[in-house]
Design a protein around this ligand. Structure first.
Ligand code: HEC
Length: 100
């Protein structure tokens, strides 16, 4: 059992650390998926929670920043928004605004 654990550690260590996309190739950041559970896959929701796909980029970015600052009443988004930097918020807004 110990052997297997060490073997797995070896694999994990072999993976490139922080395989963050470089350059200007448009890649989808992993953290957009954090929003899919509530807002629907790719932001296309069909519930009481507002859909994000295709919404105005500036609106999305502003909403998240206002939630983060506690300036908009919310049940959950004020907590969630605090987990993202302004740069990440910009990426999220850009991603969801580009979904059809
Ligand atoms: C646990 C469920 C949940 C998750 C996860 C979640 N949201 Fe929300 N979101 C909500 C709810 C509920 C609202 C309505 C405001 C409130 O009550 O917090 C909302 C509102 C919003 C709004 C405002 C929409 C409008 O029409 O006013 C935006 C923008 C938003 N969320 C973006 C995101 C983004 C981006 C993520 C991923 C980082 C995310 N949300 C993750 C539940 C969630």
């Amino acid at each position: 059992m110990k052997r297997i654990a060490f073997a797995l550690l070896g694999v994990a260590a072999a993976l490139p650390a922080g395989a963050a996309p470089q350059g200007d190739a448009p890649t989808t950041p992993y953290f957009v998926a954090n929003c899919f559970n509530c807002h629907g896959t790719e932001g296309k929701g069909n519930t009481a929670i507002p859909s994000l796909a295709g919404r105005d980029r500036a609106f999305l970015e502003e909403s998240l920043k206002v939630y983060k600052a506690g300036g908009k009443p919310a049940t959950i988004m004020h907590q969630l928004a605090k987990g993202y930097t302004d740069e990440e918020i910009a990426v999220l807004a850009d991603y969801f605004s580009r979904q059809k």
